[in-house]
Design a protein around this ligand. Structure first.
Ligand SMILES: [Zn+2]
Length: 61
């Protein structure tokens, strides 16, 4: 009880554009000063994969 297993981890980095310290969650950052954001793929968690691959369009015939 009272577990914190799914608590988000707060991380920090320096903005590569303006050098400001940026706080983020799970390795994802968005600078409020210059608008820089890092790629989601750089986060600590993998992106969720789609459950199904989209079906290819049926060939016309
Ligand atoms: Zn910045």
């Amino acid at each position: 009880m009272g577990g914190v297993d799914d608590e988000l981890e707060i991380t920090r980095t320096d903005c590569p554009q303006c050098g400001a310290e940026v706080s983020g969650i799970e390795g994802r950052y968005a600078c409020t000063l210059c608008g820089w954001t890092n790629d989601w793929s750089q986060g600590h968690r993998p992106l969720p994969e789609p459950e199904e691959a989209p079906e290819p369009p049926l060939p016309l015939r």
